[in-house]
Design a protein around this ligand. Structure first.
Ligand code: FUB
Length: 350
């Protein structure tokens, strides 16, 4: 929900009608990547702060510096903040903007994957390792080779292969990599280098990870989303095309790629037969929340499925001060996700 509509929102009413409340209140958190490790829920969110940066369409006001891991025994139990898991000052290659992270586990080691800008102002993706799911995490000295852009999501398939989905347009810089090299021209523009509206939309990327989870084992490929006729979504199809916030989950043997449409504020999803796609657009998971961004994860816990998401209700609409939330999701008999209204019958929001 864009900033300009904030003054029309009655936050008492919105909070009453909200289908869930912030999981923690003492810090602002966003972009929740949730996983179940050893029967417990671990959430890897961004840690939102107000660093005093000016608002712009490149997201400079998202000036986060560290990560905290949040743990829960179940989706209804108290959420615990486990303290600082990684700080930007401890990452040799990263200068600023610790945006949406994810994590995964292999052979009793835990891997935190995170985007940050390097000292040239270019988003890369880093990895850090811990013996504990809550950290602290020790960062690798360099960003992952050939990584770029933002919002890593690491999916472990049933055959123990791990895939990283990533990318984000505008401030996430994905459009600057269209030729395979970073294009620094028109550095202040969020939309320079995007495809035209009638061209295929810019895709999220996917790369299989090497056995040590610290490198790509292949060049990143496009995550193509097609419409009901098998045609790739177009860049001008702003209510359906990919913007940022990739997530992958598997349900009944199918691969569900979900993502945010950014400037139209939906969490949408598309279904495929393998981790690379193509994925056929399937609908909306979540309608717009208060705050410009929307970012989520979908995870199974004890045979039920949950959507972890965020909104800016606690900060009364401040877009870069968000709070993580959780709600159940349901599938219909054909495997389609029932669209979630974040605020029951509140007509104020789209
Ligand atoms: O939290 C910073 C950025 O906002 C994330 O990387 C995007 O997905 C959006 O939620």
């Amino acid at each position: 929900m864009p900033e300009e509509s904030i003054q029309h929102i009655n936050f008492d009413e919105l909070n009453q009608k909200a289908i869930s409340q912030p999981l923690i209140n003492h810090i602002y958190t966003a972009d929740p990547s949730a996983h179940v490790f050893d029967g417990k829920i671990y959430i890897y969110p961004s840690h939102d702060i107000d660093a005093g940066e000016a608002f712009d369409d490149l997201g400079s006001h998202f000036a986060m510096e560290d990560y905290h891991v949040i743990s829960m025994d179940s989706p209804t139990s108290e959420a615990k903040d486990n303290g600082v898991a990684l700080h930007v000052n401890d990452v040799p290659w990263a200068e600023k903007q610790m945006w949406a992270p994810d994590a995964n586990e292999k052979n009793d080691k835990y891997y935190l994957f995170f985007p940050a800008k390097d000292y040239d102002g270019i988003f890369k993706i880093g990895a850090a390792i811990s013996d504990s799911p809550v950290g602290p995490f020790k960062p690798q000295p360099q960003a992952i080779k050939k990584s770029f852009s933002i919002d890593p999501a690491v999916f472990k398939d049933d055959d123990e292969s791990y895939y990283m989905y990533f990318g984000g347009i505008w401030g996430g810089q994905l459009q600057r990599w269209r030729t395979g090299k970073f294009n620094a021209a028109e550095s202040e523009s969020p939309v320079a280098h995007l495809p035209e509206d009638n061209e295929p939309a810019l895709c999220a990327k996917v790369a299989k990870l090497a056995g040590d989870l610290l490198e790509f084992s292949e060049d990143a490929k496009d995550v193509v989303i097609v419409d009901e006729n098998g045609k790739p979504l177009l860049q001008g199809d702003i209510e359906r095309r990919f913007f940022e916030a990739s997530w992958m989950h598997k349900y009944n043997g199918k691969y569900y790629f979900s993502y945010s449409t950014g400037d139209t504020h939906f969490i949408c999803y598309a279904i495929g037969d393998n981790p690379y796609g193509p994925f056929t657009y399937a609908g909306r998971v979540l309608k717009p929340v208060v705050g410009w961004t929307s970012h989520h994860s979908i995870v199974e816990f004890r045979d039920d499925w949950y959507l972890f998401y965020h909104d800016s209700s606690l900060s009364k609409g401040i877009t870069h001060l968000r709070s993580i939330k959780v709600t159940k999701i349901e599938y219909d008999e054909n495997g389609f996700i029932k669209t979630i209204e974040p605020y029951n019958n509140l007509k104020l929001l789209v």
